[in-house]
Design a protein around this ligand. Structure first.
Ligand code: B12
Length: 238
C-alpha cells in the first residue's frame, strides 16, 4: 500500500475515527461501483467517462486503481458470470476501461521517452488485458517508457520486442482464466529466451507463487508493484 492508501487521521480525532473513515470509504467505493454499473447498463458512455475521470481526479492513480477500478472490474465479472450483465454490457464496460486507462498512461509514457523501457504483454491465448493497462498506469507514473504489446502475444515476439527496445523488464499480466501449468511453461520458455539481465515480473489474479523462479518475480498487487518500480533500488537495476 502506498502512503496515501494507508494514511490515517493525524489531527487528534477520536479513536473511532479510523473505523468511521474505513466505513465511509467502503460506502464511497460501493456507491461509485454501483453508479458506474448503472451507466454501463444503460450504455451511457458519456456518464461513465465523466464519472470515471471525476473519481480519478479525487485521489492518486494507485488508490483509484485499487479502490475504484479493481472493485468495478471484479463486480462486472461477477454480474456477467451470474447473467445479470449481458455480454454486450461487459464488452461496453471493458472497451471504455481500456480506452480510458490507455489515456492515463500513454501521454506519461511518451513524456518518459528517455526513461528506462518496460515491455508489457499477456501470454498466448490470454485475452484479458485490463490488468496490464492498470499496471501500465503505475509504471508510467514511476517514470518508465512503455512498450505495450497487449493481449495474446507470441512468446518469441515478446522476447524480440524486449531485445530490440533494450527493455530492462518485461511485465506479464495473467488473469484468473487460463491453465496455471501452461502459463508456468510459457513463463519458463520466455525466461529462457531473453537475456538474464532482463527481469520478468508476473502479476494478476492468475499469477501464482508457483510461477516464481530464477529470474521470474511474482507480484500480485499493484501497491507492491508500485513500491518496486518506484524504489531507487528498483530504478537502479531497472
Ligand atoms: C473483461 C473480462 C473479459 C473480456 C476481456 C476484455 C479485455 N480487454 O481485457 C473478454 C470478453 C475478452 C473475456 C473473455 C473471457 N473471460 Co473474462 N473476464 C473479464 C473480467 C470482467 C475482467 C478481466 C480482467 O481484465 N481482469 C484483470 C485485472 C483487472 O484483475 P486481476 O487479474 O485481479 O489483476 C489485478 C492485480 O493482480 C494487478 N495486476 C494485473 N496484472 C498485473 C501485472 C503485473 C506485472 C502486476 C505487478 C500486477 C498486475 O492489477 C489488477 C488490479 O489489482 C473478469 C473478472 C475478473 N474478476 O477479473 C472476467 C473473467 C477473468 N473471465 C472469465 C472467463 C470465464 C472468460 C472466458 C473463458 C469467457 C468465455 N466463455 O469466452 C473468456 C476467456 C478469454 C481468454 N482466452 O482469455 C472468468 C474466469 C474464471 C476462471 N477462474 O476461469 C472471470 C473471472 C469472470 C468470472 N467471474 O467468471 N473476459
Amino acid at each position: 500500500m502506498s502512503h496515501e492508501m494507508t494514511r490515517g487521521p493525524s489531527d487528534g480525532r477520536g479513536k473511532d475515527q479510523p473505523a468511521q473513515d474505513e466505513a465511509s470509504e467502503r460506502i464511497a467505493r460501493e456507491t461509485t461501483v454501483q453508479r458506474w454499473l448503472a451507466s454501463i447498463r444503460r450504455f451511457d458512455g458519456e456518464a461513465f467517462v465523466n464519472d470515471f475521470l471525476s473519481e480519478w481526479g479525487r485521489m492518486t492513480t494507485a488508490v483509484f486503481l485499487v479502490e475504484r477500478v479493481g472493485p468495478f472490474v471484479q463486480t462486472v465479472g461477477e454480474e456477467w458470470a451470474r447473467g445479470d450483465l449481458s455480454v454486450a454490457q461487459e464488452h461496453f464496460a471493458s472497451e471504455h476501461l481500456r480506452y480510458e486507462l490507455s489515456n492515463l498512461w500513454k501521454p506519461l509514457s511518451h513524456w518518459n521517452s528517455h526513461g528506462k523501457t518496460l515491455v508489457l504483454a499477456t501470454l498466448p491465448t490470454e485475452r484479458h488485458d485490463l490488468g496490464l493497462h492498470m499496471i501500465a498506469c503505475i509504471a508510467a507514473e514511476c517514470g518508465y517508457r512503455l512498450v505495450f504489446l497487449g493481449a495474446n502475444t507470441p512468446l518469441a515476439e515478446i522476447a524480440e520486442a524486449a531485445q530490440r527496445t533494450r527493455a530492462s523488464r518485461i511485465l506479464i499480466s495473467v488473469s484468473a482464466h487460463g491453465d496455471p501449468h501452461r502459463n508456468g511453461a510459457h513463463l519458463v520458455a520466455l525466461r529462457e529466451s531473453v537475456p538474464r539481465d532482463v527481469r520478468l515480473i508476473v502479476g494478476g489474479s492468475g499469477a501464482s507463487t508457483a510461477h516464481a523462479g530464477e529470474g521470474i518475480a511474482v507480484i500480485q498487487d499493484l501497491a507492491s508493484a508500485q513500491r518496486l518500480l518506484a524504489s531507487p533500488e528498483g530504478r537502479r537495476d531497472a
